[in-house]
Design a binder for this molecule. Structure first.
Ligand SMILES: *Cc1c(COP(=O)(O)O)cnc(C)c1O
Length: 393
């Protein structure tokens, strides 16, 4: 290599920036940025400099956060390394030793572990209530120095809608913040911030990305809370990389058309499966017999349908449920949700395997439940696939 070689010299890269603006945004992979006088001044003033170092901020990542904040109707957003990154960073931002969290019992398994194992070790008092029991919420929130009230919009796997306006009222009366995981519903179905929630967290890995090809999370709230979360992301290191952010951005370009189609498919599949004698129960918030129809009327966005998740209970228990899933040809037997492919799982051996059968019953997880995340396949083909698998078992 000659002494004058300029390979890798950043100044060369600047020569190749286009004069015309690209239609598709570039992925900014640079970890570091040329510092000018203003940047040094900002650093010395202790402010969060626009772009300085990649763990603090990245233009591609910021762009995606802004887009999701707009979908949720929030003032600001910040992306994190995963959905758990969003949840853990938010809780560690809002809570101090001695505070109380009141959480719905029906939360994502790793969120439960965070609340059961980690937060109590840091001096946080965690209380559990059934998500649909407003009297229990009222009792536990009023019973101590509650700082955070935590729930998911739609419970997994029962798809019970949480009464967000009522919960926001209880939380705010106690001076607590309402934090909502909106992963299952998505802002297509429910926009929690418009119903009184203070913070929305997401596993952007699911419907927001939509293609099962990136792990990411996001926190949406007002400017003050998001700035505090951003400071914690810096010290905890839960930042998102630009390539994952780009994949989420790519997915977001079709978010509304995917959700419209997948929601319609979910409604058709639920309606058809509800006609079968060997299907004991079908859950989807758009069905006429949905048990929490009063809550749905208050929380579902006009035109939001009921989302792309359907949960059914088959006659024959978990063993038959598993056989049905094994016999699907279109539906994929896999964990996760929100992809363009239909993802199907049985709670007893996946999301809720660590619960005893008694604990599952107490959590209203029926013997024979199948959770379906409807994808973009033709609805007719998916309905036929489930019909065939049920007939075979
Ligand atoms: C998947 C999921 C999470 C965790 O998200 P990751 O991106 O896997 O960290 C949290 N909450 C809900 C409801 C989820 O489905």
């Amino acid at each position: 290599m000659s002494e004058s070689s300029s390979v890798g010299r950043p100044a060369r890269a600047a020569d190749f920036l286009p004069r015309t603006r690209p239609v598709v945004p570039p992925i900014h992979h640079s970890v570091t940025y040329f510092l000018d006088d203003q940047a040094y001044k900002d650093i010395q003033d202790g402010g969060l400099v626009e772009h300085w170092y990649g763990r603090f901020r990245n233009p591609t990542v910021d762009m995606v956060a802004r887009e999701i904040a707009d979908l949720e109707g929030g003032g600001a957003g910040f992306m994190t390394s995963s959905g758990m990154g969003a949840i853990a960073t938010t809780l560690l931002t809002l809570l101090r030793a001695g505070d109380r969290v009141v959480s719905a019992r029906q939360v994502y398994g790793d969120t439960r572990d965070l609340l059961v194992r980690d937060l109590p070790a840091w001096g946080v008092d965690v209380r559990w209530v059934d998500a649909v029991d407003l009297d229990a919420w009222r009792r536990e929130i009023a019973g101590g120095p509650t700082r955070v009230v935590y729930a998911e919009t739609l419970s997994n796997p029962q798809l019970e809608l949480t009464d967000l306006p009522a919960l926001a009222e209880l939380a705010h009366a106690a001076g607590a913040r309402l934090v909502i995981d909106n992963t299952f519903a998505t802002p297509y179905v429910v926009q929690p911030l418009r119903l009184g929630a203070d913070v929305v967290v997401h596993s952007a890995t699911k419907f927001l990305n939509g293609h099962s090809d990136a792990i990411a999370g996001v926190v949406v709230s007002d400017d003050a809370i998001v700035t505090e979360v951003q400071r914690r992301v810096i010290t905890l290191g839960t930042s998102l990389g630009p390539y994952e952010a780009y994949l989420v951005w790519r997915g977001l370009q079709t978010f509304e058309v995917r959700m419209a189609r997948q929601t319609e498919t979910a409604r058709s599949l639920a309606t058809e499966l509800g006609r079968r004698d060997d299907v004991l129960a079908v859950r989807h918030p758009s069905l006429p017999g949905y048990p929490r129809v009063d809550v749905a009327t208050r929380v579902v966005r006009p035109g939001g349908g009921g989302g792309a998740m359907v949960t059914i209970t088959v006659d024959g228990g978990d063993e038959r449920a598993h056989d049905v899933v094994r016999n699907l040809q279109i539906g994929c037997e896999a964990t996760s949700l929100g992809g363009v492919e239909t993802l199907v799982s049985t709670p007893f051996n996946s999301s809720h395997f660590s619960l005893t059968p008694e604990e599952r019953r107490a959590a209203r997880i029926d013997d024979g439940m199948i959770r379906i995340s409807c994808g973009l396949e033709p609805a007719d083909a998916l309905i036929a696939d489930f019909g065939r698998a049920l007939d075979l078992t």
